[in-house]
Write a protein that binds this ligand. Structure first.
Ligand code: ASP
Length: 321
């Protein structure tokens, strides 16, 4: 089944926000935007991705449904995706030009606007947890490289040998890109959520781009570019060509259009992805949720792996468009 769309109705659970009925919680996940079409992804791979996204969504639902925080849901969900070789994050991270793995992640709390991020790390199993440690245990927002690893390890993050990140598939991808002398983007993971306490949060984790060089850092660990959350507007996780997502501060721009321009979430996301980013030549996508549980999932690439669920029982999962 190429277009795997699952919509189930489970039960109804509402809260009143500003006089409107809104879902008590909502969660959205993505597994990256890019050349996601039957031409590039086999039927078996699509089935595996679909099963993993479904497992991940259930995990998020169970945390949010039992009153857990959006931050807890996001960390748990992204950890599962990082532990899977299917996505370009954690275990499945792509290789740099030199044949290394340099991972990055960020997390943001929409209630406090606290944020944490790590970049250029190659020995921490779950970068999203590292990002949360930076947010909660340090006075900083972004830590890089060996120093970041040392700090998060001293606060309990699991350290792994760099060989842990080796996968045959990503190695072959690098060999192809080395021949073509190109960099390739695909497969970053992200999650945004609204919890029953009315708080938004966002998280993003990546291996970056295959064949990247010279300590290149993309948008995923940059707060406001690849990740942003603000209870006054929305939570956003982005994926795609990082250089454009940074220059156009895509995640924050969507939030700003809502906050200052009063735009609904779908319009803000659509305008940034299909107008501003596209006109600039940037490719990518975003997942977003607002305080009312409204959801936007927009991309200007062939596809974006994505899924969402709300407390009113709606579940949607899409591998191919
Ligand atoms: N945005 C990531 C980067 O540029 C790549 C991706 O989303 O697939 O590092």
């Amino acid at each position: 089944m190429r277009d795997s769309l699952i919509t189930l109705f489970l039960f109804c659970s509402f809260q009143i926000v500003g006089g409107q009925e809104a879902p008590a919680y909502a969660i959205v996940i993505h597994g990256g935007a890019g050349n996601i079409s039957p031409e590039y992804i086999t039927t078996d791979e699509a089935a595996a991705i679909s099963a993993k996204l479904s497992q991940v969504l259930e995990k998020g639902i169970s945390i949010l449904d039992s009153g857990g925080t959006s931050l807890d849901a996001i960390e748990a969900v992204i950890r599962i995706m990082e532990d899977s070789p299917l996505f370009n994050a954690g275990k499945g991270a792509v290789f740099t030009h030199e044949g290394k793995n340099e991972l990055g992640a960020s997390i943001m709390d929409g209630k406090t606007l606290n944020a944490g991020a790590v970049a250029g790390i190659g020995d921490i199993k779950n970068p999203i947890s590292a990002a949360r440690i930076v947010m909660e245990e340090s006075p900083h927002v972004l830590l890089y490289g060996a120093g970041a690893s040392r700090f998060v390890a001293s606060h309990g993050a699991e350290v792994v040998d760099s060989n842990y990140f080796f996968t045959e598939k990503r190695w072959k991808q690098l060999q192809r890109q080395l021949k073509k002398k190109e960099v390739e983007k695909y497969g970053t993971v992200g999650c945004v959520a609204l919890d029953k306490h009315g708080n938004l949060a966002a998280g993003t984790s990546t291996g970056g781009m295959t064949n990247k060089r010279f300590g290149r850092i993309g948008d995923s660990p940059i707060t406001g570019a690849g990740n942003y959350a603000n209870n006054n507007s929305c939570a956003v996780s982005a994926t795609g060509h990082g250089e454009f997502l940074i220059r156009y501060t895509v995640a924050h721009d969507i939030s700003a259009m809502m906050q200052y321009g009063d735009l609904p979430i779908q319009e803000a996301a659509r305008s940034v992805i299909h107008e501003k980013l596209k006109d600039a030549g940037g490719t990518g996508g975003v997942i977003c949720v607002d305080k009312q549980g409204n959801i936007a999932m927009e991309f200007n690439t062939t596809g974006m792996l994505r899924a969402y669920a709300t407390a009113n029982g709606e579940k949607v999962l899409k591998v191919f468009e």
